[in-house]
Design a binder for this molecule. Structure first.
Ligand SMILES: [Zn+2]
Length: 462
């Protein structure tokens, strides 16, 4: 054995028990009461939990957006992952209009390879659905990318999809073992509300609160309803990214009860923060898309996580620092949308979910690791501690107390949405394929160690 993690409480999506994990050649080799042989390294995990590493299946590293580039790169974003117990991240390769999706994937891979500290994969981002894109999909899925994001907003960015395109893409990917992810917001209503409120007078009066005024819950609910309708019509596999509303949770729950193939993701920002963040002096820092909703929405999303109507957690990490955020100059339409997220994904879910009794520790593992692995075709190589799985694991110390401080974190951000929040419980060690890459909140890995994860089919495999 190369490494033995001894005496920890192993926690999977379904079980908790005390045992040792033996790792050989980067895989989980055996679990039991193990006697170390000569040369095996021992990690003492007594009084700690041993979990499969988290998968943050929603990150945007170095994303050109809003006239700037998101501040966490593949390097710093995956340093943050290593520090925070996230062993795989999934970014997006967004097609440029008039170019092939394959080219976007090729260049995104070139950006990531050699830079990443943890494993990574990519979703395709479809912005130009035409005969050749349609043609490419089957080969792209064979090459290990089986999920494709489409945008129901972002007209001026050139990313907007239309209903017939969404329907066709659901049909095509269904036959090939792929899934369509949608950013569900209702573009026409949204753009009309923005146009209505985008006046000097209102901007002076409401500031960043206009982000809330222009995005009532119906914006998300209408788009989710419509996407579900098309998934029901086609039988395609649909994934709702960053779901932020209680209405969304109700719609997904009802659709799943009818047998529609739909999966929904939410994130810590929607569960833990509420729209009051936009009222402060630096309210614009918190602008993300969709925006953070009310306390009641957060509670409904927690309930959805508990009852299975919301199935995964992803952070939608898209970091912008204060200088970038301040480019808004009082105009809510010019705020770079996005928040840092990956590094605190696991500790926030533990602190605000498990410790408060909202979800069990097993549920936390299911939401942050096992379900994203299953849905995106990485299970059981990732998202499990099965014999033969990649030895991606986290030794989690439930007794660590700390105060969130961006200055001590790995993310390349000079503020934190959770600054000064008290947390109990934090990853002590993060291990990717048998190698320690994170220790006590710091990245101790090696740049370029992370590998591209070739995925199988994506879909409603829960
Ligand atoms: Zn996103």
């Amino acid at each position: 054995m190369d490494l033995i993690v001894k005496n920890g409480t192993i926690v999977t999506a379904s079980d908790s028990y005390v045992a040792d994990i033996g790792i050989k050649d980067s895989k989980v080799q055996t679990i039991g009461n193990l006697t170390p042989d000569n040369g095996s390294r021992i990690i003492d995990a007594s009084e700690k939990f041993v979990l499969p590493g988290f998968i943050d299946a929603h990150v945007h590293l170095s994303l050109p957006f809003s006239g700037t580039i998101s501040a966490d790169s593949f390097e710093t974003g995956t340093r943050a992952a290593a520090a925070g117990g996230v062993t795989t991240v999934v970014d997006f390769a967004i097609q440029a209009k008039g170019s092939s999706l394959k080219d976007a994937i090729k260049s995104r891979k070139a950006e990531a390879d050699g830079e990443v500290f943890v494993d990574y994969s990519l979703h395709g981002g479809i912005t130009d659905w035409n005969a050749s894109t349609r043609q490419e999909i089957s080969e792209i899925i064979k090459d290990g990318i089986s999920s494709f994001k489409m945008f129901m907003i972002y007209k001026s960015e050139g990313w907007l999809t239309t209903d017939p395109v969404l329907i066709d893409a659901l049909e095509v990917t269904k036959k090939l073992g792929g899934m369509i992810q949608v950013h569900a917001e209702s573009v026409d209503l949204l753009d009309s509300l923005i146009a209505k409120h985008h006046t000097q007078e209102e901007m002076e009066k409401h500031g960043a609160w206009l982000h809330v005024i222009t995005r009532p819950n119906i914006i998300e609910a209408e788009a989710i309803q419509r996407a579900i309708t098309w998934a029901e019509y086609t039988g395609g596999h649909l994934f709702i990214v960053h779901m932020s509303t209680g209405e969304g949770a109700d719609l997904v729950k009802a659709a799943r009860a009818r047998g529609v193939n739909v999966i929904a993701e939410t994130g810590p920002q929607y569960l833990i923060l509420n729209e009051d963040v936009f009222k402060g002096d630096n309210g614009h820092y918190f602008a993300t898309c969709p925006q953070i909703k009310s306390e009641a929405d957060g509670q409904r999303l927690w309930a959805g996580l508990r009852d299975g109507s919301v199935q995964t957690i992803g952070t939608d990490t898209c970091t912008f620092n204060t200088e970038q955020k301040n480019m808004w100059n009082g105009d809510f339409t010019k705020i770079p949308f996005g928040l840092p997220g990956t590094e605190l994904m696991m500790p926030l879910l533990y602190n605000d979910g498990v410790r408060t009794g909202k979800i069990s520790l097993n549920k936390m593992v299911e939401l942050g690791s096992t379900n994203p692995a299953k849905v995106f075709g990485m299970y059981p190589q990732k998202g499990s501690l099965n014999i033969g799985a990649d030895a991606d694991l986290v030794v989690f110390d439930p007794e660590i107390n700390l105060t969130v401080d961006y200055r001590k974190m790995e993310t390349n951000c000079d503020w934190s949405p959770f600054q000064d929040k008290q947390l109990q419980g934090y990853p002590y060690l993060t291990i990717v394929r048998g190698k320690v890459v994170g220790k006590e909140g710091k990245c101790v890995g090696e740049k370029g160690y992370g590998k591209f994860v070739k995925r199988g089919f994506s879909g409603n495999f829960l």
